[in-house]
Design a protein around this ligand. Structure first.
Ligand code: HEC
Length: 182
């Protein structure tokens, strides 16, 4: 009885000892400034023995330029950003149609400075049949007080407007006209 009890206490420990992995660094002794990793001695700091020239620093064992724009020469009107040459002004060299302006390098419809009289004439010819003379709506919905951007979204978003030729600048004129109705 006593023997069985003893075995019962010892066996679980024997089992644990058998599955414990052997440490590959157990017998390895490394120089100062090095540590054992999976049985091999590696420098604690990969930059420890590396000396970089001026303007370069060691990162993960390699010399990299402190400033990514160092040595980069850009054309006139361009500047180096993160090592790449980008135009100082994205609208430089961009010419837009009348009624459009360059914003961030893209031509977009001028949304202000519309001419209410031009807008009134344009509206009477192209829009009033469906949206009513006072824009309160008829076949089409009420568009009173719509901004140029809202008008553009609404016109381009409904297929019924497909036959109307409308230029970017017309929206600003329409906005100015619709504002006079309020
Ligand atoms: C043939 C009739 C017709 C003409 C002409 C017309 N529209 Fe419309 N319009 C509609 C209809 C119908 C809708 C609603 C479409 C829908 O909801 O799918 C609409 C929708 C709109 C909307 C969206 C309104 C909203 O609540 O989002 C705007 C903006 C608009 N029109 C502006 C104009 C302008 C500006 C003109 C003139 C350049 C014009 N429309 C000419 C019939 C017309």
């Amino acid at each position: 009885m006593r023997k069985l009890l003893f075995l019962g206490m010892v066996l679980p420990f024997v089992g644990i000892a058998c599955v414990t992995a052997v440490d590959p660094c157990a017998d390895v002794t490394c120089d100062q400034g090095e540590s054992c990793v999976e049985g091999e001695c590696v420098a604690d700091d990969p930059c420890a023995d590396i000396v970089c020239t001026t303007g370069f620093s060691c990162v993960d064992g390699a010399c990299v330029a402190d400033d990514p724009c160092e040595g980069v020469t850009c054309d006139e009107g361009e500047s180096c950003v993160d090592g790449a040459c980008v135009a100082d002004d994205p609208c430089e060299g961009v010419t837009c149609d009348e009624g459009e302006s360059c914003v961030d390098g893209e031509c977009v419809a001028d949304m202000t400075g519309g001419d209410a009289e031009v807008g009134a004439a344009f509206y009477a010819t192209n829009c009033s049949a469906c949206h009513a003379d006072d824009a309160s709506g008829n076949i089409g919905p009420n568009i009173q007080g719509f901004t140029a951007a809202e008008l553009q979204t609404g016109v381009e978003g409904a297929g019924i407007h497909g036959s109307i030729t409308i230029e970017a600048g017309d929206y600003a004129d329409l906005e100015a006209f619709l504002a006079t109705l309020l």
